[in-house]
Design a protein around this ligand. Structure first.
Ligand SMILES: [Zn+2]
Length: 102
């Protein structure tokens, strides 16, 4: 369930923050105001960026592996199994008749 952030502003127009608190509620069920746990006055909901986990995203893993390989490139001792050997770029026999560089 997402966390919803609320802020109680004591005195309203004074602009002083009485309490900041977060409540875990079902998605879409957060009211626009909740009673403040410190003073009981209605605290307005704050709109914050969703706190989504980036740890499992493909983009995050790509960034991680790019940063790692920048300082310590991965050592490859043999071709990746299932790939064609280097130099044999095409299997079309007509391509063998093409002129070759000397
Ligand atoms: Zn308060």
């Amino acid at each position: 369930m997402p966390l919803y952030a609320y802020r109680c502003v004591a005195g309203g127009s004074a602009g002083l923050i009485c309490a900041d608190f977060e409540v875990q509620l079902a998605m879409g069920s957060a009211p626009s105001s909740l009673p403040c746990p410190a003073c009981g006055a209605p605290a307005r909901r704050r709109f914050t960026a969703p706190n989504l986990s980036r740890a499992s995203s493909t983009a995050y893993r790509l960034i991680e592996s790019t940063q790692r390989s920048a300082s310590e490139p991965a050592v490859v001792r043999s071709p990746v199994p299932g790939t064609r050997p280097a130099g044999n770029m095409t299997t079309n026999p007509l391509h063998r008749k093409l002129p070759r560089p000397d």
